[in-house]
Design a protein around this ligand. Sequence first.
Ligand code: UD1
Length: 415
Amino acid sequence: MKLIVSRGDVLEGEVVISGSKNSSLPSLAALLLTNDEITLKNVPRISDTEAMIKIIKDLGYKIENPEPNTVTLKAGKRKSFKVLSSEVGKLRGSYYLMGALLGSINNVIIKTPGGCNLGARPIDYHLNGFEKLGATIKYKDGIYHINAKKLKGTDITLPQESVGATINIMLAAVKAKGTTNIYNASLEPEVLDVIALLKKMGAIIKVHKEKQIEIIGVKKLSGTEHEVIPDRMEAGSYLILAGTKPGNNITIRNANYQHLITIITVLRNIGLKIKRQNEKIIVTSPEKLGRTNVKVGPYPFLPTDLQQNLTALLLRSSGESSIEETIFENRFSHIPELIKMKAQIEQMGRMVIINNSTLVGTEVRAHDLRCAMSLVVAACMAEGETIIENGEVLLRGYEDPIRKLNQIGVRIRFE
Ligand code: UD1
């Protein structure tokens, strides 16, 4: 599908932020760790969560949606451990079924997970962690066979902070015998949210200083109810959109201000006025934007998921800006597309140099989820109409984006 976006007028209005994608995906997998009925609230209806729910249903589990954003896994004996549905390759988060099924029934057969192409995205830290816990892993014809007679707690040091590996190892370890320590663990808000869910289910998990997570294995986990945290990437994207034209005035609701503090600081530094008013964040955009140099990194640094959007916005800044991407080696698919729109932008290794540009709408392609939003940001600043091919990739991570964007005045539609 194509997204058609035109510059339009000043943006004004309110956006209600949905639940976090990166927290919902592992949380949905975590539901498999109990035989009781269990409910997750504030799950965004995006194609990644829909795919995850379909995979879980294909395994034979019974899932109900009492409300559009509520997912209840009904009680019942656990079913298949063969995760072979075609959806697995559509999202990276499907790898959480490795840890969840291994932790639940010591056995999983799963296709290679998919996800955005951001350069090499290995899962060696996950697999090494499972092996240290006592699992045996075989890989044949694109399918992982992972099983264990018994999982036993151990010490695991991650070579690099990894959201996926930290959560996956936790999912496998919560019911293992003994204590597991994950060192150099990721402590992103989404990881802490999954820990909160697991603790409500009866897991014993302690987060220590110096990025250490201690998991004391328990025999059984129980049903509970948990509300997923707001999506800081969605909220951050709308904060960035607010900067696209002088006079824009956007109110963000249901966001977690603390989780957004770095992007808010960056946006304030380039001139946006951002006020916190009770549960709302109100953003207004100045006539001109200032320049900045920023570095992406693990929380509380600027998240890599906002790098592409911010790059597009900085094309409106006076003077030269730079962003350094330190997490993924190739999260730059937006650069050649922005150049098609006449962006003055240059990539040198993992550094992007951005200069003030008069953007012109043209035909571009969204290569991945955040690339899509970055092109929407650029289109809101460009003369004329921008046609974004493969625009449906936006639906992987943004709930109801056309309605929300239209509501604040962005002229956008699918065709
Ligand atoms: C998750 C998020 C993604 C976000 C990223 C960083 C999901 C579904 N995706 O991705 O939106 O951009 O965190 O916040 O939650 N690495 C390895 N081997 C591994 C695992 C990771 O080399 O086994 C490397 C990666 O290539 C990357 C770095 O570690 O360079 C961090 O990746 P990681 O935090 O694991 O990202 P994901 O969990 O894939």
